[in-house]
Design a binder for this molecule. Structure first.
Ligand SMILES: Cc1cc2nc3c(=O)[nH]c(=O)nc-3n(C[C@H](O)[C@H](O)[C@H](O)COP(=O)(O)O)c2cc1C
Length: 206
């Protein structure tokens, strides 16, 4: 592992529970280079009408209209930056059963034909193949796998589906739940997540 990008989707700064567990994991991984992308503070390219028109031109193999070139420069740079890392650690709070909107915007900017995936008669090929991802998912409710309500976790399921689409199959997850309850319950959830982060770091370090 050489270059690690920590993508933080929580706007809660130092108070973020998903970030705390992600930072614990990252400290144990010993990557040569670590960069943090704070999505709440980052300026992401807009993904607006012009960019979408250019996207269809790209998918259908037409030249991209010069009017949308500037929009696509920002998008291309964002995808190139993402692909320049070999490991991606996502801290992802559950927001209304899914992911926070800034993370969704980032994913919408990244997921471009010809940049993050290609389509041919054989199907879709993800261009992020060979990379590793770790999902650190937090939520107020204890809907970890195997718990009642686990089927409501569209946050982890969505992130796994998207990573698979862009070709990332080496995916690990840490669940930080429940983060709402008595202080003892929340503390126990944090301690469990830290222990799982330490174990995962040991496994991935080999
Ligand atoms: C807008 C918003 C929506 C939320 N929706 C859910 C939800 O659907 N399910 C849930 O279990 N927790 C929900 N929560 C609680 C957060 O997931 C929880 O506080 C989590 O620990 C936040 O992670 P963070 O500390 O890393 O920001 C929501 C919080 C916010 C701010």
């Amino acid at each position: 592992m050489t270059r690690l990008l920590h993508i933080s989707a929580s706007p809660r700064g130092d108070r973020s529970r998903s970030d705390k567990v992600a930072r614990r994991l990252i400290a144990g991984l010993g990557a040569a280079e670590v960069e943090t992308l704070d999505l709440a503070a980052a300026t992401l390219p807009a993904f607006d009408g012009a960019a979408i028109e250019g996207r269809y031109d790209l998918i259908e193999g037409r030249a991209v209209d010069p009017a949308v070139i500037a929009a696509w420069e920002g998008i291309r740079a964002t995808v190139a930056h993402f692909l320049s890392f070999d490991t991606h650690v996502f801290s992802v709070p559950m927001w209304n059963f899914g992911v926070p909107w800034r993370l969704k915007q980032y994913i919408d900017v990244l997921t471009q034909p010809g940049l993050a995936f290609t389509v041919s008669a054989e199907g879709v090929t993800g261009l992020a193949a060979g990379r590793r991802a770790v999902l650190v998912c937090s939520g107020a409710l204890d809907i970890r796998p195997g718990q009642p309500g686990a089927e409501l976790d569209f946050q982890t399921a969505y992130m796994r589906a998207w990573l698979g689409f862009i070709g990332v199959t080496d995916v690990h997850e840490l669940q930080v739940r429940p983060t709402y309850g008595s202080p003892e319950e929340v503390e126990a959830a944090m301690e469990r997540a830290y222990a799982e982060a330490d174990a995962l770091a040991g496994l991935l370090r080999g």
